[in-house]
Design a protein around this ligand. Structure first.
Ligand code: FES
Length: 85
């Protein structure tokens, strides 16, 4: 007799750091404001979160980063070498 309990499948969330642009978030997520109010999101459709600070539709990216020439192209390997500070 085995004691194998099927593990619940953990929903996968992926956050992609876009070159010179937003954080792309894909997967089953809830996005809430500082008061805990939930933003309406379309299930199955990813979102892009502003990281340049210039969007007029925060927390979402509205494309302004490209007009500003926002630059950021970090790589996970470099972060791992220097530690996660
Ligand atoms: S990252 Fe796109 S507007 Fe800020």
């Amino acid at each position: 007799m085995t004691d194998e309990t099927p593990q619940a499948e953990t929903p996968q969330v992926t956050i992609t750091v876009r070159n010179n642009g937003p954080y792309r978030v894909e997967g089953p997520i809830r996005l809430v404001d500082a008061d805990g109010n939930e933003y309406p999101l379309t299930p199955g459709k990813g979102i892009s979160l502003c990281r340049c600070g210039a969007s007029t539709n925060k927390p979402f990216c509205d494309g302004t980063h490209s007009k500003l020439g926002f630059q950021a192209a970090e790589r996970a390997v470099r972060e791992a070498e220097g530690g996660n500070s």
